[in-house]
Structures are given as structure tokens and as C-alpha cells.
Design a protein around this ligand. Structure first.
Ligand code: HEM
Length: 538
């Protein structure tokens, strides 16, 4: 027992949880026994041997020995903040999600991250950034686990272990880290050419954001919204920073990485402490939910595709404000567990095969990382809605469950009324038709276009952005040991654009190859350029 305290999510915790927060005016051991000295081991005389019977010594050192938990297998390095999301109500016609009705305020926790570096790595490396948001809605938790780049390296989750093995440090030398993972990284992205688009974004200024506060965020996959009438709409989610989109230039990133490896973490923390609360507008691009799930010829199930904003404008649906720093990094930023499967009524998934694998992977990894299946009970992960889940026991169980009948229906504990199929605010999966087809291990033909979207990105860049992209490819590829990998990389660049290929080839001192397929006939999308990217656009 003890006085009630406040959890990291701002929720008052019961007296039985107060023990976990340090309380009381004197030092105790973990059993609550008062201790008078924690600086000296128990010894047989001041110069004599230390005694094994010293429980305080053994308990203190044992606990310290087990302080570290495994870092995330990806996105290990991050920084988080609490905030509030206020919805405009402009999505209420396409979704019944309660937190998107007009003027609803929902507490949130956001974690930004790099992907490839370890927990102690530098912030300003060239890499994709994670942008994960936990909404503690009245209908349960909704997680939007996105990135600052709207496309992904691969189209099928079965390749995720491969792309991450290629991007993480070399198994022999444990160097290098992040995007300059040189031979293996470039080997992978040139052999799996669907990675061309994401790689181009990484080599652009988007790969070295100036601040977490000046990044866009993207849900990447196409999601399916459902309204009160049961009508469905396909959407892509966007975060638009009120401060505009800004990057470092390469030399700045190098200097900042050396002088202050915590550059982004410090920037976020200091801004929030100073009252300069960063804001993002939440937006959706909407597409009719047609049987082929394409829009203007773009396959919406292919996560290497964007839909240009000129074709489908981003409609603002709410405002995110980050206004409170964590008080304990471990309890909040480290123990938070996001999952693309944490959905609320009104938001559903599509058949994007990358999303399907993610639905398995996060739950699975968190069992190891957070020590068993009870991580939803960790304060930062607790829903701010009633939980009555019939899940019992397990490692790190902290709940004392009441009743004897953890099954429904039951006639012993009062049960809980169920009406099968009735909409009582329950999560009901949209009865989308599954196409009749034979089982296959293959990608659809529409996943085979790997160059037209990268070409659109390149054509949309301003001259200075192009110069930076050529510089980035040249720097990174120059670090490769294998000549064949450099040549293959130049081949992918030739298939995007001759100017890009010639620039990098000149930098590497190699001949520029001819494209192996006709250059795609695409229009630039001015919204892709970072120049003057302020939201909302005037
Ligand atoms: C972690 C985004 C694809 C497996 C993360 C995090 C983000 C993210 C933002 C960090 C969450 C945090 O801050 O705690 C994405 C995006 C993807 C993608 C946008 C593609 C659209 C995948 C795929 C897999 C995967 C395909 C596996 C098949 C993981 C794992 C973690 C992770 C295992 C660590 C989770 C943890 O330890 O809690 N991802 N990811 N991701 N991701 Fe992904």
C-alpha cells in the first residue's frame, strides 16, 4: 500500500501499484525493509571478508545485473513525448472511429526513431525515421506505426529479415551502421529493385531530417475506413508538421553527429520544455474502395507506391500537439509497445502483404523484448478504456484477477452479455470479399513497376535537392568494396534518370550505363519537393 501516484500516462494508479513508484522518506530494500546503509557490504570486521549472507548486497547487485532489456531489433534508437490529439470531425463521414468525431481530445504518446542504429547510436545519420503514435482512445488503443518516408523497401514481409540483415552492421566487422551499411545494403537494394524508390528517398534530404519536429509522417500502407453506415473508403494517413519540412545538409549532419550525437533527442526535449510544443496536422488521402484497389492506375496494395497529392489531396482531420516530456525514459520511451494490429472500430486493414507480416511481427518480438505476454499492463501501454480480456497469469503478471470463470459466457461470475454480430461499439472486421484463387507464392504483376515512381520523385526535385541526391549516392557507393555492386547501382539509377546516373557515375569515376528499360513517362509532383513545404500550404 501507500499513497496513490500518477503513472507515466498521467493516469492515477491504485494504491497497490504505488509500491512500483519510489515512495516514502527512507531507503528500503525490495521487500520494504528499512535499510540504514547502502554503501558498505556486510563484512567480518572492517578489513575482513564480505559475507554471503548480506541479502541487501545480493539483492542490489542482482537487480542491477538484470537492468537492461534487449533493445528493439529495429528502431532501437528513439525519443518520445506525450501529447494530445484533437479531431476536427472532418473524417466523420468516412469513419465511425469515436476519436475522429468532431472536437474529441485524445491523449497520445509518440516515439520517433532511427531504424538501423543501436540504442546508443547517433541521431543525425542518413536513415529512415520511425514516427509511431499511440492514441489512448475511449474505444481502446489505436497505434499508427509509420515512418517519415511514405514508401518501403520491400513489398512482402517475408523479405523483412533479409533487408534488415543487409542494412545492419556487417557480421564480420560490425561496421558500419545505418544507411551507409555499404556492401550488404547496396547489394540488397540493387538485387531487389523494388527497393529503388525508398532508397532514393533515403539518399534525398529526407534521409537527414533537421529535427523530429520538421518531419512528415506516413502510415505507408493503404488502410480501410468504415463509417456508421458500413460504407468503406481506402485511405493513406499523413502527418504534416506545422513547422514545415526541413533537413540538415550533409556537412551539418556530420558535424552535429560528432558534436552532439543526441541532436534530435535534445531538440525535441528542449523545445517541449521551452513551451514550443510541436504540432502536426493529421490528414488522409481518400480513394474509392473498388474491387481492384487501385487509384489512377496505382496499386494501393503496393507499399512502394505513393499517390501524388496532386491526384488525391491530403484532407486535414485533426491536430497533434506534443506538450509533455517523459519523466522516465525507460518506463515510457523504452517500454512502449506499438502494433499495427491495435485498431479501433472504424479503422481496418487492407491486403497489403507487407502489412500482413507486420501484424504478426510486433506482437511476437515484444514477448521477448518486454519479458512475456503481459506488456499491455506496463503503464505506458495501458489502454485508457476498460479492459476485461480474460487473459490470465504469465510472466510479469501484475493484475490480481477476480472471479473464477475466465471464459464467456459463464454462469458463475455474472458473465458479460454478448450478442453475436450486433454492433455494440465492438470491433467488427469488414466483411471484405477474399478473391477466389489458388494458393501461390508470387507477387501480382502490378508489383513489377520499380522505376516510374522513383522517376517521378527525381523529376519533382529542385536543382539543389538533385545536387544533394547525387552527392549522397556518390558518397555512399564510394564506400562499397565490390565494383560489381557499384555498377549494378548505376544501372538502377540509369533506369530512373540519365542526369542522376551521369552525376553519380562521374563522382565514382565509372562509365554511366544505358537504361535497360524505357524511361517512364510521368509528371512531376511538386508536393514531393521539400522547398517551401509548409503546411497548410497557402
Ligand atoms: C519497429 C515502422 C515494416 C518489424 C518499428 C517502429 C516503427 C516501424 C516506427 C518503431 C516503433 C517504436 O517506436 O517503438 C515500420 C513501417 C514499416 C515497417 C512504417 C513498413 C511500412 C516492418 C516489417 C516488419 C517490421 C515488414 C516485420 C515483418 C518491426 C519490429 C519492430 C519494428 C520487429 C520492433 C518492435 C518492438 O520491439 O517493439 N517499425 N515498420 N516492421 N518493426 Fe517495423
Amino acid at each position: 500500500g501507500g499513497p496513490a501516484t500518477v503513472s507515466p500516462t498521467g493516469q492515477p494508479t491504485g494504491a497497490d501499484q504505488a509500491r512500483t513508484a519510489q515512495s516514502g522518506s527512507y531507503l528500503t530494500d525490495a521487500q520494504g525493509v528499512r535499510r540504514y546503509d547502502t554503501d558498505h557490504s556486510l563484512k567480518a570486521g572492517p578489513r575482513g571478508p564480505v559475507l554471503l549472507q548480506d541479502h541487501h548486497l545480493r539483492e542490489k547487485v542482482m537487480h542491477f545485473d538484470h537492468e537492461r532489456i534487449p533493445e528493439r531489433v529495429v528502431h532501437a534508437r528513439g525519443a518520445g513525448a506525450h501529447g494530445v490529439f484533437r479531431s476536427y470531425g472532418t473524417a466523420a463521414n468516412v469513419t465511425k472511429a469515436a476519436f475522429l468525431a468532431e472536437d474529441v481530445e485524445t491523449p497520445v504518446f509518440v516515439r520517433f526513431s532511427t531504424v538501423l542504429g543501436s540504442r546508443g547510436s547517433a541521431d543525425t545519420v542518413r536513415d529512415t525515421r520511425g514516427f509511431a503514435t499511440k492514441f489512448y482512445t475511449s474505444e481502446g488503443v489505436f497505434d499508427l506505426v509509420g515512418n517519415n518516408i511514405p514508401v518501403f523497401f520491400i513489398q512482402d514481409a517475408i523479405k523483412f529479415p533479409d533487408v534488415i540483415h543487409a542494412g545492419k552492421p556487417h557480421p564480420d566487422r560490425e561496421i558500419p551502421q545505418a544507411q551507409s551499411a555499404h556492401d550488404t545494403f547496396w547489394d540488397f537494394v540493387t538485387l531487389h529493385t523494388e527497393a529503388t524508390h525508398h532508397t532514393l528517398w533515403n539518399m534525398s534530404d529526407r534521409g537527414i531530417p533537421r529535427s523530429y519536429r520538421t518531419m512528415e509522417g506516413f502510415g505507408v500502407h493503404t488502410f480501410r475506413l468504415v463509417n456508421a453506415a458500413g460504407e468503406t473508403t481506402l485511405v493513406k494517413f499523413h502527418w504534416k508538421p506545422r513547422l514545415g519540412v526541413h533537413s540538415l545538409v550533409w556537412e551539418e549532419a556530420q558535424i552535429a553527429g560528432g558534436v552532439d550525437p543526441d541532436f534530435h533527442r535534445r531538440d525535441l526535449y528542449d523545445a517541449i520544455e521551452a513551451g514550443a510544443h510541436p504540432e502536426w496536422e493529421f490528414g488522409i488521402q481518400t480513394f474509392p474502395d473498388t474491387p481492384d484497389q487501385t487509384f489512377e492506375g496505382i496499386d494501393l496494395l503496393d507499399p512502394t507506391n505513393i499517390v501524388p497529392e496532386e491526384l488525391a489531396p491530403v484532407q486535414p482531420i485533426g491536430l497533434l500537439t506534443l506538450n509533455r516530456n517523459p519523466t522516465n525514459f525507460f518506463a515510457e520511451t523504452e517500454q512502449v509497445a506499438f502494433h499495427v494490429g491495435h485498431l479501433v472500430p472504424g479503422i481496418d486493414i487492407t491486403d497489403d502483404p507487407l502489412l500482413a507480416g507486420r501484424l504478426f511481427s510486433y506482437l511476437d518480438t515484444q514477448i521477448t523484448r518486454l519479458g512475456g505476454p503481459n506488456f499491455p499492463q506496463i503503464p505506458i501501454n495501458r489502454p485508457q478504456a476498460p479492459v476485461n480480456d480474460m487473459l490470465r497469469d504469465g510472466f510479469h503478471q501484475t493484475a490480481v484477477h477476480r472471479g473464477v470463470a475466465p471464459y464467456r459466457p459463464n454462469s458463475l461470475d455474472g458473465g458479460c452479455p454478448f450478442t453475436a454480430g450486433a454492433d455494440m461499439g465492438a470491433y467488427i472486421e469488414t466483411p471484405v470479399r477474399v478473391p477466389e484463387a489458388a494458393k501461390v507464392r508470387e507477387a501480382p504483376e502490378s508489383f513489377g513497376d520499380h522505376y516510374s515512381q522513383p522517376r517521378r520523385f527525381w523529376l519533382s526535385m529542385s536543382p539543389v535537392e538533385r545536387e544533394h541526391i547525387i552527392g549522397a549516392y556518390t558518397f555512399e557507393l564510394a564506400k562499397c568494396y565490390e565494383q560489381a555492386i557499384k555498377e549494378r547501382a548505376l544501372q538502377t539509377l540509369a533506369n530512373i534518370d540519365p542526369e542522376l546516373c551521369a552525376g553519380v557515375a562521374a563522382g565514382l569515376g565509372l562509365p554511366a550505363p544505358e537504361p535497360t528499360e524505357p524511361l517512364a513517362d510521368v509528371e512531376p509532383s511538386p508536393a514531393l519537393s521539400q522547398v517551401g513545404r509548409i503546411w497548410p500550404a497557402d
